[in-house]
Design a protein around this ligand. Sequence first.
Ligand code: PLP
Length: 378
Amino acid sequence: MQVRLFKPCVGEEELANIRSVFERGWLGLGPLVEQFEKEWSEYLGATASVGVNSATAALHLAVTAMRVPAGSKVLVPAITFVSTATAALYNQLVPVFVDVDEDTLSISLEDLERKVTSDCAIVMPVHMGGHPVPMDDLNQIAKRHKLAVIEDCAHCAGGVYKGKKLGTWGDIGCFSFEEKKCMTTGDGGMISSNRPELIEPLRAYRWVGIDKDTWKRSAKYTSADEMDARHWYYEVNVLGYKYNMNDLMAAIGLAQLRKLDQMNERRRQIIRRYLDGIASCERIRPLFPYQLVENAYWIFGVRCGERDRLILHLKRKGIATGVHYMPLTMHPLFRKYASKVPVAERVWETIITLPLFPDLTDGEVDYVVEALQTFDRG
Ligand SMILES: *Cc1c(COP(=O)(O)O)cnc(C)c1O
């Protein structure tokens, strides 16, 4: 048997939406992006959302939106995907790596208090694997030190903390719709906020700096009562990027959004089965203190002192694994920003990500569990 690590859950609903985009003959930034932004905002409980082509772009622009003084520092957890930290570098800001909490692998609030200085302007909590950062506590620290809060929600689309969607606790929430994530548009991302004045300017930044997108200008062109509207006119005021979402992506996203809660529920079911299966293991423990009520988990993983030997054992049985993530401080790019992150550097050597996606069958889960049990007994 071969078991994949992640697999997008796409089918007839997405195909039907793609077909209607083809029939309209407008594939670029257009009305479906607007519709998806609107439906996403409603789903999340945010007042505004801006669709982009990745979470990497979302994080870059979210930092831009804060307009902090050049050279300011941005507090980032040591264990995350590179894009959380490169968002600071893209904006000529300085990442400060904060150690992680031993149990949740998310930003340690104790180390955050230790590392924060008066030149820190932004903190970027990442809900690692979908396990929520205690946002009430983090927001208190942020308020005390006048830090803007950008939530990296790449792992937790649909996740809830204390009755409120993740991504709405901070000033801005950034989401990933990359093919492996909780829901997908192929590649894609979303910037959401309850402070529209903060993120509305990003519409120009995602569209090479242009203040009116082509769809709106073409609507003016066909409007009878605006015959003398200069439909071709636009202005460029800012240095923008080609970061827009397009209607093809939005068409897939609209179908995926309707399935998101179901997909998250199926992932929780699978995790429950995994947890029952490994409960008796002595050398293999769950990656997180999983709480399977309202959390949207993207990673099921385990911790094992013989991590690399376990990865090989699973590979021989056709079971794909991953490691999320090696601490960023260990990458050459970030070496000059390295700081003391002892927990991250110790714990990452024990972590393994196992297969998790909505279409994973109970039979496949049992096959993985059996392989884990064999290793544990061996
Ligand atoms: C995947 C991921 C990103 C980047 O997402 P893309 O949409 O692929 O750019 C950012 N942060 C984290 C934590 C991620 O896992």
